[in-house]
Write a protein that binds this ligand. Structure first.
Ligand SMILES: [Mg+2]
Length: 283
């Protein structure tokens, strides 16, 4: 059986900052976009305070101060450098590594014995060697590996590794996973799917292939197959985005001051450039 590992660095930008400020481990940290427009990375402690991605800095400034949150301007040279260190360490553990974004990589783990232990060793070594905590999901398809990495991050007891290598584990993972969080499905489809009673990844796998192709196109069908354990997305053809978008609607009657509009556009532009950098489309 083919097996893929997906390594994802936890709260990457915040973790990079902590490498050089170890006193901040266990404390709330956020990183702001260019020109300090909005929040683009949060440590777990910052998430627990209710801070959201894209929160405009001026709106949360007082709250950050009140809660002693450490605030950093983004430093992409540092993040790029730390990313290289993580990738170079990871490459020791696989004959084939494919970097997917600044903080994610797929590893070919086919044919390796005792993967649970091997995986924990990878997580430990990267953590020790770089100071960056990572999560590792291992599964027979890339879509399931991505899902497993989220479980690895979520449950402390997993020690950073979640292995989905049996149908039983796959079924359990699918049943607890919201369909909109599935890689390649996305939240744009959740309303439609919910209308058909599809809330979890498992619900989706219970639909027929023809139904899925009709409602979610050929791309959705491939995701559906991957969720069933059939690997059909090769690393070379992983989704490469053709467009990047950040959009919000304004509450009430909208904006009536030019300054507010300028601020909003600046924040959205910063969010888009972050997405571009994350996908290595720009630096
Ligand atoms: Mg990450």
């Amino acid at each position: 059986m083919e097996l893929f590992g997906l390594v994802d660095c936890n709260n990457f930008y915040c973790s990079c900052e902590r490498v050089f400020h170890p006193d901040l481990i266990g404390k709330p940290v956020v990183v702001l976009s260019n020109n300090d427009g909005c929040v683009i990375a949060r440590s777990n402690e910052a998430k627990a305070l209710g801070l959201k991605m894209g929160d405009p800095f001026y709106q949360v400034k007082d709250m950050l101060e009140k809660n002693n949150v450490a605030v950093f301007s983004s430093n992409y040279n540092l993040y790029g450098d730390m990313s290289k260190r993580v990738m170079s360490l990871l490459s020791r553990y696989t004959p084939k590594l494919t970097q997917y974004s600044i903080d994610e990589a797929f590893l070919d783990l086919t044919g390796i014995d005792n993967l649970q232990e091997y995986g924990k060793e990878i997580v430990r070594k990267v953590g020790k060697g770089t100071g960056i905590p990572v999560s590792l999901g291992i599964a027979p398809t890339k879509t399931l590996a991505k899902m497993a990495s989220k479980y690895a991050k979520k449950y402390k007891g997993y020690e950073g590794v979640c292995l989905i290598d049996t149908d039983e584990k796959r079924e359990k993972a699918l049943k607890l996973f919201e369909v909109g969080d599935v890689w390649g499905i996305g939240h744009r489809n959740t309303k439609k799917l919910e209308y058909y009673g599809i809330k979890t990844a498992w619900n989706l796998t219970q639909k027929s292939a023809s139904w899925v192709q009709k409602e979610l196109s050929i791309t959705g069908l491939r995701t559906w197959k991957e969720l069933q354990g059939e690997s059909c997305i090769s690393i070379e053809e992983l989704p490469h985005k053709k467009s990047i978008c950040t959009s919000r609607s304004f509450p009430g009657v909208g904006l009536d001051k030019l300054q507010d509009l300028e601020e909003a556009v600046a924040n959205f532009a910063a969010s888009c450039s972050r997405k571009l950098r994350d996908d290595h489309i720009a630096w």
